[in-house]
Write a new protein. Sequence first.
Length: 270
Amino acid sequence: MNPSLQNWLKGVHKFLTNPNERFFFKLSLKYGNIKRYTPITISFINFKFDLPDALSFIWQFKEIFVEEYYRFETSSKDPVIYDCGANVGTSCAFFKWIYPDSRIVAFEPNPIIAEYLKKNISNNSLKDVEVIDKAVWTDDKGIELGMEDADASSIYLEANKTKVESVRLKDLLDKEDRLDMLKIDIEGAEVEVLKDCRESLTNVKNLFVEFHSYRNEPQRLAAVIDVLESAGFRYFLMQPENRISPLINHFNKSNPGMDLQLNIFAFRPD
């Protein structure tokens, strides 16, 4: 079969068979051109969320509910999940959608976004979700973050620098008998946090890391992979943005401040 036709047919099949793919299309048409950072309320599946920015949510829905980046397997009826970088709660909603009896600890350091998170959890009656409105870090002494009004607050963002409270993830991991899923999307702080947690990942069954490489900082992917391998994980790497002629086009179009972003999926072998 012609490769172009085959690729087109795959897209059509996915659109026809996946209701969340079709809903993503509707979201894009209805809300995709709304001015950035305009507060809005959007209903999806069985949820209704207040949001600070429509566009960031649309892509969250695509990754989380269409592509199901955070789906994992477990034999537990009440899996324990740490959601580091929970943002407005889209990932928490997904976890509760597939595992209603899960216990979730959700971390979000941006105080404005954390209020959206708390409100969405409360308004949608998401039970057993604890919100910790602090940054996941290597100590509990606080850390400076550059604040962004949607989903990109980072230690590497220079605008709107604000010191926020922090929590040492390692200390919390050491208190858990098991952790079925550890999701880490903390906009550049993942390398230091994972290095600090190297000896505390023993009871983590599944791990998602969004890796960020900023243009003016060292590329430290090897440090992340070293932690995963030493902890006994198998892993899969996926780049969310294809880049034509990467030896010429060095930076992400969607975020020129980064030269690499990867989704890392890690799991314990059977």
